[in-house]
Design a protein. Structure first.
Length: 332
């Protein structure tokens, strides 16, 4: 039964939520020291007099430095870390906080020691199993066939997306997603082709974690799960909410269900091969992955809160869905 299958995830989510209620000593924002105005005035008074030309040149250089982001002095009391430099080089700006606000402090990651251990475990599994399979998949399977596989699994996600769009109060988007699903399932031969995109029907990806975010659960602790990867406590509840809506998990035959889930995981991993070099060369790969994932997740939730005409294009890099992870069929 689907209800019984969701119990392990619900228990895990409740445990994480209970731990999240405990105050974290390292989650307080970093204080910024401000020099007293009297001390600054004293320093100015004690400086030696300089020629007028030198003073004018110094003022000009200060004005240029204040307007040039590349030469402006770093404020806030501390210089950016190596991980923050890597993130800025990849994404063109500093990493945001976990609640989607401006980057004024560290991400909300009070469980970092535990998360780093899980991240190391996930990296071992990825480099030993997932990455080699993805490389072999891209070398053996032609591009048009891989595109068909991606379209097929994207089409199967439609029931989850439609339900969450309705829960978010977006019936127009749900109607578009339903039309897209019907068009691709029929004219697209079960979703292998994507005629809906040629008909300018927007592609959307929604899950229950995003729905909880639009309902008000904006700030949530970062946590990395074994095999599932980056998440927040909010998104752990989202996994349990999406599980009953998964078409793949309704397949009773274990060989067919696990085979489809394995193919979906390999297809998803093959789409991330382009960023492997960046991750391998990062000074702090854990911080880079965490900050990039939180930025994408916050963008997805912020985008859901905008009006239909103001809403931007969906970020295609969604978390690993629960229907892509081979799990026992409890209750059967």
């Amino acid at each position: 039964m689907n209800v019984i299958r969701t119990l392990p995830l619900l228990v895990l989510a409740l445990a994480l939520s209970a731990c999240a209620g405990k105050p974290a000593r390292d989650s307080a924002p970093v204080s910024v020291e401000v020099a007293p105005a009297a001390a600054a005035a004293a320093d100015v008074a004690n400086t030696d007099a300089v020629p007028a030309e030198a003073g004018a040149d110094t003022a000009t250089e200060a004005t240029q430095a204040s307007t040039d982001p590349a030469t402006a002095p770093v404020t806030g009391g501390t210089a950016p870390t190596n991980a923050e430099d890597d993130f800025a080089a990849l994404y063109g700006g500093p990493a945001p906080t976990a609640d989607g606000t401006e980057p004024t402090g560290a991400p909300y990651d009070p469980w970092e020691p535990f998360n780093r251990k899980v991240h190391s475990f996930n990296n071992v599994v990825d480099r030993a199993v997932a990455r080699p399979l993805a490389v072999a998949y891209t070398n053996v399977v032609p591009r048009f066939a891989r595109t068909g596989v991606s379209n097929f699994f994207s089409n199967l996600r439609a029931p989850v997306t439609i339900t969450n769009q309705l829960l978010q109060g977006r019936p127009d988007d749900a109607w578009d997603s339903l039309g897209r699903f019907l068009m691709n399932s029929t004219l697209g031969i079960g979703g292998l082709f994507d005629p809906a995109s040629k008909a300018m029907v927007p592609r959307r990806k929604e899950d229950f974690g995003q729905t909880l975010g639009t309902w008000g659960w904006r700030r949530s602790r970062y946590v990395e799960l074994p095999f599932f990867g980056p998440r927040t406590v909010r998104d752990v509840f989202g996994l349990a909410g999406d599980m009953p809506l998964s078409p793949i998990r309704t397949i009773e035959e274990d060989k067919i269900r696990i085979g489809l889930q394995g193919l979906q995981l390999v297809d998803m991993r093959s789409q991330l091969l382009a960023v492997d070099d960046m991750r391998d060369n990062a000074v702090d790969e854990y911080s880079l992955v965490r900050d990039a994932w939180l930025q994408r997740r916050n963008y997805q939730i912020e985008n859901d809160l905008r009006g239909k005409h103001a809403r931007g294009k969906d970020d295609p890099d969604a978390p690993i869905p629960v229907d892509a992870m081979p799990m026992p069929n409890w209750g059967n």
